[in-house]
Design a protein around this ligand. Structure first.
Ligand code: PGA
Length: 247
């Protein structure tokens, strides 16, 4: 059975007090059969550790794939590990586009995170331009082959994939359940072809892009959609938990 996951990506939002309150509120509700995880701004990770919310691990939205050194402004994977952080996002489209993270850096981040024993939430997804050109399946499969499929089979259990069409992120425009499902199905098939059926069947593939309580049920009902990576709606405890209850 694949793990069902609803992950919140708070991005660069909230003050420290707001972050602590929100995390506490989310944890007030116990929800069975789904794993929740919160990706907070790096600055709050240490404080969040002390909030009593044992069932909801926290994770980092970013890190630099070098242990230590002269990298002004960066936070290393080793510093995250030292805090007890176990989850990281890699390849989010905002990092790829705004911060110019290229395939080589993303690949390096994946390798380093896996070697450090971190669980990777790997994001992929096409722009509107690519979708309109009809090349979206090839594009996403390329991202997987370039950034992920160099990993050895045993390491792949540390990967959760998030398909996030860029045109749906923060736009209010969600992919239809059918559009999301057909991409998830292709992604799973690619894992089966590169690795094995068993691995494909055990890898969780999340959908991200304007997922909210009103559309989560329809999306999560699809066979290959194992949950969501939630941006905007994760900033409200009730909405986030309602999404987690949408299976
Ligand atoms: P959104 O963001 O839910 O606000 O569209 C999703 C994401 O970027 O992970």
């Amino acid at each position: 059975m694949r793990r069902k996951i609803v992950a919140g990506n708070w991005k660069m939002n909230l003050t420290k007090g707001e972050a602590l309150d929100l995390y506490h509120s989310i944890g007030q509700e116990k929800i069975d059969n789904v794993s929740r995880v919160i990706f907070s701004p790096l600055l709050f990770l240490d404080a969040l550790k002390y909030v009593e919310t044992p069932e909801i691990p926290i994770g980092a939205q970013n890190f630099f794939p070098i242990k230590e050194g002269a990298f002004t402004g960066e936070v290393s994977y080793a510093q995250l590990k030292d805090l007890g952080i176990e989850n990281v996002i890699i390849g989010h489209s905002e990092r790829r586009t705004i911060f110019h993270e290229d395939d080589a850096l993303i690949r390096q981040k994946v390798e380093v995170a896996i070697a450090a024993g971190l669980h990777v939430y790997f994001c992929c997804g096409e722009s509107l331009e690519v979708r309109e050109s009809g090349k979206h399946f090839d594009y996403v499969l390329h991202q997987l082959t370039d950034n992920l499929f160099h990993l050895e089979k045993e390491k792949f259990s540390q990967i959760t994939i998030a398909y996030e069409p860029i045109w749906a992120i923060g736009t209010g425009k969600t992919a239809t359940p059918e559009q999301a499902e057909e991409m998830h199905e292709r992604i799973r098939l690619a894992i089966a072809q590169y690795y094995s059926n068993t691995l494909a069947e055990s890898t969780s593939i999340l959908y991200g892009g304007s997922c909210k309580p009103s559309n989560a049920k329809e999306l999560f009902a699809k066979k290959n959609i194992d949950g969501g990576l939630i941006g905007g709606a994760s900033l409200n405890a009730k909405d986030f938990n309602n999404i987690a209850k949408s299976f």
